[in-house]
Write a protein that binds this ligand. Structure first.
Ligand SMILES: Cc1ncc(COP(=O)(O)O)c(C=O)c1O
Length: 408
């Protein structure tokens, strides 16, 4: 049987070393996993959320729900956006999805025909590219700019847009997708950059998508601005979910919010609903739990304040250790919980980031993710969620590994 060509796009670099890690574990080695950004591994999901999940089960809430999400969760989402951003979104602006992961599929299934384009920024969150390619789309790569704390390189973006306009290819560009705060760089994008992005999308009829799944995980005095506050009157989609801010990755709940009512936004709402209907429902008890997670703002504030303070400490502590390594450069993060160092590959007896990550796993038993998996070779991504002792041990091992493999 010949498999589909498309199936070749189903690659996740974050998990690609799992088989090697499992084999090492089978041989009795303890592997430290700094590859997967799962807060619930280190910060147990808050009890008030677990309790409401159990309550929903005990009350027999085990049926299919409305395909686009039940009334409780939509009301809680509306309340969250009103209290955090002063937004008045309507129930019909919301489609609840199986994580942001499914919302990304809806976006591409709805918008992309073979040959269509989408603007992605390198380094991009690893799922964006395969989801676009599975629909037959082609990326136009722009960059977050390392020298400007990984903010967007606007001059380059403006130049590309000008070229696309001149060649007439701009008509093929369906969306521009940003991640704020960012995975893998840990950067919170500056407001003035976001304002320009909104203008560019608006002037060129490109749908703007902002993945804001880490919007409450912001620290080191950074200020987060939601695109929803800047893009009034401009078609846009906000992505968010239970996984990160609510520390509930395994609930598998996300949302696509389409706040505007122009022609495109109306069509998107209808089509996302159709896609939701062909998979019937998302997990029902977890919707009740996520609704309570958002509604109980007092408990949520306690939980998120503690988690973000801890993340800030852990990231800053990691940075201190990494700065002792003369074979990498690293930009200070101020959101999410990732660090994305650049390897001085020419000074190392290592070919590339793939070999680096593979050898760190086999020789030091530490699992990382290669930068090329996010479209940015010569980098690697660290998940800085574990407690201090684990970070101390593993980051010092990484530093030592670089020294051992230095050319001189
Ligand atoms: C930027 C970003 N978007 C989306 C996701 C996927 O989220 P979900 O668990 O909601 O599918 C992740 C997960 O790490 C992420 O980092």
């Amino acid at each position: 049987m010949i498999l589909s060509k498309r199936s070749g796009y189903a690659v996740n670099p974050i998990l690609e070393e799992d088989v090697v890690a499992a084999e090492l574990e089978r041989r009795g080695k303890k592997v430290i996993k700094l590859n997967r950004g799962d807060p619930a591994v280190y910060f147990p999901t808050p009890k008030y959320i677990i309790d409401s999940y159990v309550k929903a089960l005990k009350e027999g809430k085990t049926q299919y729900s409305d395909a686009t999400g039940n009334k409780e969760i939509k009301a809680a989402i509306m309340q969250r956006y009103k209290s955090l951003y002063g937004l008045h979104i309507k129930e019909q602006d919301i489609v609840v999805t199986i994580g942001v992961s499914e919302a990304l599929s809806f976006i591409n299934d709805t918008l992309i025909n073979p040959g269509d384009r989408a603007i992605l920024f390198k380094p991009y969150y690893a799922q964006y590219l395969p989801k676009l390619q599975l629909s037959g789309g082609t990326p136009i790569f722009e960059s977050y700019y390392e020298k400007d704390n990984w903010n967007i390189e606007l001059s380059h973006l403006n130049k590309s847009i000008k070229e696309l306009k001149e060649s007439g290819k701009i008509k093929k560009v369906k969306y521009l997708l940003i991640t704020n705060p960012n995975n893998p760089t840990g950067t919170v994008l500056r407001k003035e950059i976001l304002e320009e992005i909104v203008d560019i999308a608006n002037e060129n009829n490109i749908l703007l998508i902002s993945d804001e799944i880490y919007d409450e995980i912001v620290y080191n005095n950074a200020k987060f601005t939601s695109i929803s506050n800047l893009a009034k009157g401009v078609p846009h989609i906000i992505l968010n979910g239970a996984s990160k801010n609510y520390d509930s990755t395994g609930f598998r709940l996300g949302m696509a919010i389409i706040p505007e009512d122009d022609d495109l936004s109306t069509k998107l709402k209808q089509k996302f609903t159709d896609f939701a209907r062909i998979r019937l429902s998302v997990n029902t008890p977890s919707q009740y739990a996520f609704a309570e997670a958002m509604r109980n703002t007092q408990e949520h504030k306690k939980a998120i304040t503690y988690m973000v303070k801890e993340i800030e400490k852990r990231v800053n502590h990691s940075m201190k250790i990494l700065k002792e390594n003369e074979y990498i450069d690293v930009v200070e993060p101020n959101g999410a919980y990732y660090i994305f160092p650049r390897l001085h590959i020419k000074d190392l007896k290592i070919k590339n980031d793939k070999e680096f990550v593979s050898r760190v796993l086999k020789e030091e038993y530490i699992q990382l993710t290669r930068g090329s998996g996010f479209g940015d070779p010569d980098h690697f991504r660290i998940v800085s969620l574990p407690p201090k002792e684990i970070l101390d041990y593993s980051l010092n091992r990484i530093n030592e590994f670089c020294r051992k493999n230095a050319k001189r």
